[in-house]
Design a binder for this molecule. Structure first.
Ligand code: PAD
Ligand code: ZN
Ligand code: ZN
Length: 386
């Protein structure tokens, strides 16, 4: 590529401080260093987790920052030592890395890589504690080592995977977070059994992906729970057998769910990110063998408080990052299953906007009008790669 080894000037959405929507700016993106990859992002979804950065409730984030972690793109150039991808490859940046060397990556039991931005300790610069982004002379921080709200981004090689060269990037960007998270929570973390009863608290892009997973696993009853009834038709289209709003009942929603099912649901998923609904999800589970999976991310500093009897009777309380997938191993397979039309993840995309309209995308999310809004970068001639 003509741009290899050079600083690239391009568009990115910078969140200058907590509480402010991102503003579209021209940024400089430095070339990748050893074991890093520079990617031209083609499409990126907006996930509620990005909104947690906008609102300042995501833990340990330094500003200014370029958020975005649900992107897909094409490798522009690679730094010394990179062997997993080459320029021109279609890729998805991974917001949970897989270094392949740490105790967690070497164990089949978990996916929270110990050499990640979360574990060593939480920070939002590159692994060497420097940034590849500047804007108006200022250092700009990375986010989850992905920062897909930039036309070009630099990621560690542990945080990228090649996908099918025919994959439509404007659709499979959702596999970088939302779809994989929800689907994996049902299939991989809960291991939903055929014929079971599930409750899904929160019917956003991630919750609806849980619904897709429960249906794929053969659940016979999938109860969607949301305060926004506009989410119900899509939930039913994707597999929910019934939908209820807590605001329609005088008694707590967990009591409603236990009454609806006899002794509680087999599986409950909390996909909102609130401690009160996390407890409600746990309390709605079958008292002897129900499983509750926490997916939503509550604000930094939250503490969960519940009656331990919930667990003493045999209920299980689980949680997962990105559905529990080991993303380097599992994401290409999920994308190729999508290419075989195993699931309709396109139905999760409610809006597609030009990247410049990113604020509109956040406003749609705030208004409860979008499921997933995908932002598209227009390929300028200077940076044409295909
Ligand atoms: P979203 O905002 O699109 O969906 C959340 C849904 O919850 C909306 O439909 C709301 O109407 C609904 N809701 C809000 N409050 C309540 C309430 N009190 N009772 C019932 N329903 C309610 O978000 P999303 O689907 O993009 O993400 C959901 C959460 O999952 C969010 O906290 C995000 O940060 C987290 C997440 N976690 C991971 C992970 O790896 N654990 C990955 C991706 C997203
Ligand atoms: Zn996300
Ligand atoms: Zn690792």
């Amino acid at each position: 590529m003509a741009t290899a080894g050079k600083v690239i000037k391009c568009k990115a959405a910078v969140i200058w401080e907590a509480g402010k929507l991102p503003s579209v700016e021209e940024v400089e993106v430095a070339p990748p260093r050893a074991h890093e990859v520079r990617v031209k992002i083609v499409a990126t979804g907006i996930c509620r987790t990005d909104d947690h950065v906008v609102n300042g409730v995501f833990p340990n984030i330094d500003y200014p920052v370029i958020a975005g972690h649900e992107g897909a793109g094409i490798v522009e150039s690679v730094g010394p030592g990179v062997t997993c991808v080459k320029p021109g490859d279609k890729v998805i940046p991974l917001c949970v890395p897989q270094c392949g060397e740490c105790g967690c990556c070497l164990s089949p039991k978990g996916n929270c890589c110990l050499k990640s931005h979360i574990c060593e300790p939480i920070q939002n610069l590159m692994p060497d504690k420097t940034s590849r982004f500047t804007c108006r002379g200022k250092l700009i921080h990375h986010f989850l080592w992905t920062s897909t709200f930039s036309e070009y981004t630099v990621v560690p090689e542990a945080s990228i995977v090649q996908i099918d060269s025919d994959a439509p990037l404007d659709k499979v960007c959702l596999f970088g977070c939302g779809f994989s998270t929800g689907f994996g929570a049902a299939i991989r973390t809960a291991k939903v059994q055929p014929g079971s009863t599930c409750a899904v608290f929160g019917l956003g892009g991630v919750g609806l992906s849980v619904v897709i997973g429960c249906k794929a696993a053969g659940a016979s009853r999938i109860i969607g729970v949301d305060i926004n009834k506009d989410k119900f038709p899509k939930a039913k289209e994707l597999g929910a057998t019934e939908c209820i709003s807590p605001q329609d009942f005088k008694k707590p929603i967990q009591e409603v769910l236990v009454e609806m099912t006899g002794l509680g649901v087999d599986y409950a998923f909390e996909v909102i990110g609130r401690t009160d609904t996390q407890v409600a999800a746990l309390e709605s589970c079958h008292l002897s063998y129900g499983t509750c999976v926490l997916v939503g991310a509550p604000p930094a500093g939250s503490q969960l408080s519940f009656d331990p009897t919930n667990l003493l009777t045999g209920k299980k309380l689980l949680g997962c990052l990105l559905g529990g997938w080991k993303l380097k191993d599992d994401l290409p397979k999920l994308v190729s299953d999508y290419m075989k039309k195993k699931w309709n993840t396109d139905a999760l995309i409610s809006h597609t906007l030009a990247f410049e309209k990113i604020r509109e995308g956040f406003e749609l999310l705030h208004a409860g009008k979008s499921i997933r809004c995908v932002l598209l970068f227009q390929t300028s001639k200077d940076h044409q790669l295909m």
